[in-house]
Design a protein around this ligand. Structure first.
Ligand SMILES: *Cc1c(COP(=O)(O)O)cnc(C)c1O
Length: 383
């Protein structure tokens, strides 16, 4: 549930203090997204229900083609979730037990648990304090003979420093798997995220910039054999004759989700523009609050999956916001290497100083295409 801004213990019960007439602004709001495109979505659902098939039919194929084209990639394979996109992509690249994969601890834990799921070891490095994404200077020192890949995470909708990542990867012969779960439509030097590396992995979890009404994910790539392998891996390892050529699980994007995603993809750029407008309003109106507001990497287009500010007295600020009806979130309150379930499974060769520092200060303000950002800034004046 990482992308619903979970309200932490700090401000549990705050809802009861809100006067009834006050509008409560959620941190993310996928239901508002549905209502923005309600009629078209309902018609597309009806078409699928009336005609079938319900699994791996024309809607998935059409969405895959459209999403590949949108990202300037040759191939797209729809799968069951963003986590599965990462898992199947790594399997398709023959990454597994004994291998090491370099990524960040400051991410949705899914990035790291996907590496653990394939039996490889996540090697975690620190982030750039300014942009909250993988610090490319820290990659080289942690490369070993076992290193197979780097997973840059375009966190909060901000592209990583991809030139630096790609340069190191090509020098050391490593795969690059872009975790684009929070960055649908973001660009780095005019290139969409996801097709710069070997594969790009997307999640369509409802709150993401392109969200389904259930689980969904996709892998994009320019490599035909990798795309075909992922198609096989998403369905029992089946070949065209439904004979399993390698043992695998099942992880498919279904027709209902695909048809909804087809509708919403048409509006993705427009919706990202709306997120950027809200962000720029926050940038302007909150500039004098003494908070540290998000910085945008030069030559990049940020898509503000989240608007993350840093404050010194977070507990106080978050509970003050709750009192005026603003649901702030924390993404993430616990870095991956500190999760109980990751104990003994991840490796951080060097101290994660920035990660551990900012994790105590970060706070996500409500952001989604339909957010009433003017109202939020009005209310925030008094906090
Ligand atoms: C959401 C997310 C994932 C996982 O996606 P699911 O669809 O929930 O499996 C992976 N990485 C990041 C950075 C995410 O935000």
């Amino acid at each position: 549930m990482d992308n619903f801004c979970a309200r932490s213990k700090d401000f549990d019960g705050s809802r009861s203090k809100i006067p009834n007439k006050m509008t409560r602004i959620l941190c993310g709001n996928p239901v508002a997204q549905f209502h923005s495109h309600r009629q078209e979505i309902l018609e597309s659902i009806k078409r699928v229900l009336d005609n079938g098939p319900y699994i791996l039919g024309p809607e998935v194929v059409a969405f895959e083609q459209k999403f590949a084209a949108y990202n300037d990639a040759k191939y797209c394979v729809g799968v069951g979730s963003g986590t599965d996109a990462l898992v199947l992509a790594m399997k398709a690249l023959d990454i597994g037990a004994e291998d090491e994969v370099i990524t960040v601890s400051h991410t949705a834990v899914a990035t790291v648990s996907a590496i653990v799921a394939i039996g490889a070891t996540p090697v975690l490095v620190d982030i750039e304090e300014k942009y909250y994404t993988l610090d490319p200077n820290l990659i080289k020192p942690v490369i070993t003979k076992k290193t197979k890949a780097i997973i840059p995470v375009h966190l909060y909708g901000q592209p990583c420093d991809m030139d630096a990542v790609m340069q190191i990867a090509s020098k050391y012969g490593l795969y690059v798997i872009e975790d684009c779960a929070q960055a649908h439509g973001a660009t780095y030097k005019s290139r969409k995220v996801g097709a710069m590396g070997d594969v790009g992995c997307f999640s369509f979890y409802p709150t993401k910039n392109l969200g389904a009404v259930g689980d969904g994910g996709a892998v994009i790539t320019n490599n035909y054999s990798v795309s075909e392998r992922i198609k096989r891996l998403r369905q029992y390892g089946w070949d065209k004759n439904r004979v399993s050529q390698e043992s695998s699980t099942v992880s498919r994007l279904d027709e209902l989700q695909a048809t909804i995603l087809r509708v919403k993809l048409e509006y993705l750029d427009d919706d990202n523009d709306k997120r950027r407008k809200a962000a720029s309003l926050y940038d302007n109106k909150l500039a004098n609050k003494g908070w540290s507001l998000p910085a945008v990497r030069p030559d990049s287009v940020h898509v503000y999956h989240l608007y993350v500010a840093r404050v010194n007295d977070r507990q106080q600020v978050v509970s003050d916001l709750a009192k005026v009806g603003i649901d702030a979130g924390i993404h993430y309150s616990c870095p991956a290497h500190m999760h109980a379930g990751m104990k003994g499974k991840v490796y951080a060769p060097a101290p994660l100083t920035v990660t551990e520092k900012i994790v105590k200060e970060i706070m996500s303000l409500p952001i989604y295409p339909e957010v009433d950002a003017i109202h939020v800034t009005e209310v925030l004046k008094d906090v």
